[in-house]
Design a protein around this ligand. Structure first.
Ligand SMILES: Nc1ncnc2c1ncn2[C@@H]1O[C@H](COP(=O)(O)OP(=O)(O)OP(=O)(O)O)[C@@H](O)[C@H]1O
Ligand SMILES: [Mg+2]
Length: 429
């Protein structure tokens, strides 16, 4: 049996904290309260800065504290979270070898491979489970808005602006009607649209508009197997619940099977909608942190400027997930390219080495907005960051090396599949 670590470490009589490094000046440990991670984290750092190492150590430390994580892996460099170092790295601090052993023994690392049947595929319902939000008008409306946003591109609403406008309205009305009955499957929504029941919409052309939308959604289901879901629809509870005898689960979702940004955004939107609805039904309660959701290359999902299929659900999580105890970690090489509401919602911020002048300028601006300065951000070494922690100013820190194996090169597609299969052979939750 694994000892459960509680919200408050009774022996020490203080809140649970994780350590992610040491300060430059005094070499004292840099600690983050687990509860502070509820208010989210951003990591701004360029190539070779030590960004992946920091993301991994955050996930590992949370797992050691019994907090499970969902980690998006866009670059094949996070699927080794369950691999041991072949030998103890010299950069480890005293105690890290024991922590690594504890992490690897007691963490259930599962690698998922959407659209790769050879690995461990994952599909999602295009509609969230509305039953979790049906009693709260605001949250219900929020869930409907997210669903409209994710369905609209597939509904192919084209023509003049007025027609698009009316089509969106009908789609929304049909969803309100269908979701209000607690239904969640796309086929059912298509049936409602194909023969719009009396009273769902008062728009004059509603029936015709709805029938066209039904036709296009149907076509989208035929073309894209991830949409409308062949395969088992996945419950985020599965992603965040460790197998028996393990302390935490780390679900790495490798995105290699979804090559285009559009596919990735659509998938992440579905994941985020499911996650939002799940965390509301399963809030952290008195635990300091109920789970962690990690998004690397965040600028491709919620960029500044253009809206993507997952912008809305990303911002909804960023502004509301804290209520339910879900912590978000956003990492990007491009502070300039990230939607500004994300750093605006992140209490913990790390700034690592940046090279491009526009990114350096953007980072300095973001730091100023947070009341600090990152003057040397262009001259930091690998594993060196400015850290702005909740309740403290900016300080320079050396981050700890990760506990799981992180060689220079990322995994190949086949090596990712192999890890996904390996995790399939272990006992289920
Ligand atoms: N905290 C650290 N302690 C010791 N070594 C580190 C640390 N962080 C990074 N390194 C070293 O630097 C290398 C690069 O780090 P990492 O892979 O995290 O960079 P990155 O910013 O993710 O780069 P990329 O843009 O290539 O993905 C690591 O392989 C490791 O050798
Ligand atoms: Mg990296």
């Amino acid at each position: 049996m694994v000892a459960r670590r509680d919200a408050v470490d009774l022996e020490a009589g203080r809140p649970s904290v994780i350590r992610v490094g040491t300060t430059f000046a005094e070499g004292t440990p840099v600690e983050i309260e687990l509860e502070a991670l509820r208010k989210h984290t951003v990591i701004f750092a360029g190539s070779g800065s030590g960004k992946t190492v920091l993301i991994r150590r955050l996930v590992e430390e949370c797992a050691l504290n019994g907090v499970s994580a969902i980690v998006l892996d866009p670059n094949n460099d996070l699927a080794r979270l369950g691999d041991a170092w072949p030998e103890d790295p010299p950069q480890w601090a005293p105690g890290d070898a024991a922590r690594a052993k504890d992490y690897l023994e007691n963490t259930d690392v599962v690698v998922w491979t959407p659209r790769r049947d050879a690995g461990r595929p994952l599909t999602f319902r295009p509609l969230p489970d509305f039953s979790g939000v049906i009693d709260d008008r605001d949250e219900f409306r929020e869930a409907v808005d997210s669903a409209v946003e994710s369905l609209a591109p597939r509904a192919k609403l084209v023509g003049n602006a007025a027609k698009v406008h009316q089509g969106l309205a009908v789609l929304r009305e049909a969803l309100m009607y269908y979701a209000g009955r607690g239904a969640t499957n796309l086929k059912g929504l298509i049936e409602v649209l194909a023969a719009l029941p009396e009273g769902v919409s008062e728009l004059k052309n509603a029936e015709k508009l709805a029938a066209d939308i039904a036709e296009n959604l149907h076509a989208a289901m035929v073309i894209d197997p991830l949409f409308g879901g062949t395969g088992t629809p996945v419950d985020p509870g599965v992603l965040l619940t460790p197998a028996k005898g393990k302390r935490a689960r780390v679900s790495v979702i490798n995105l290699a099977g979804l090559p285009s940004d559009g596919q990735r955004q659509g998938f992440v939107n579905q994941l985020q909608m499911a996650l939002f609805s799940w965390i509301k039904r399963n809030p952290a309660g008195n635990r300091p942190l109920g789970g962690l959701f990690v998004m690397d290359e965040a600028q491709t999902f919620a960029p500044s400027g253009a809206m993507t299929a997952c912008t809305h659900s990303t911002l909804a999580l960023a502004s509301q997930a804290r209520k339910y105890g879900l912590g978000l970690v956003f990492a990007t090489q491009s502070p300039k390219g990230l939607h500004n509401r994300i750093p605006g919602n992140a209490a913990t911020q790390f700034f690592g080495l940046l090279n491009a002048p526009v990114q350096i300028e953007a980072a300095k601006e973001l730091a100023r907005a947070k009341g600090g300065a990152v003057a040397d951000v262009a001259h930091l070494g690998t594993g060196e960051f400015y850290a702005a922690l909740e309740g403290g100013g900016f300080r320079k820190v050396r981050t700890s090396l990760c506990l799981s194996h992180h060689p220079k090169s990322a995994l190949t597609g086949d090596e990712v599949i192999e890890r996904a299969r390996r995790s399939l052979e272990e006992p289920e939750a």
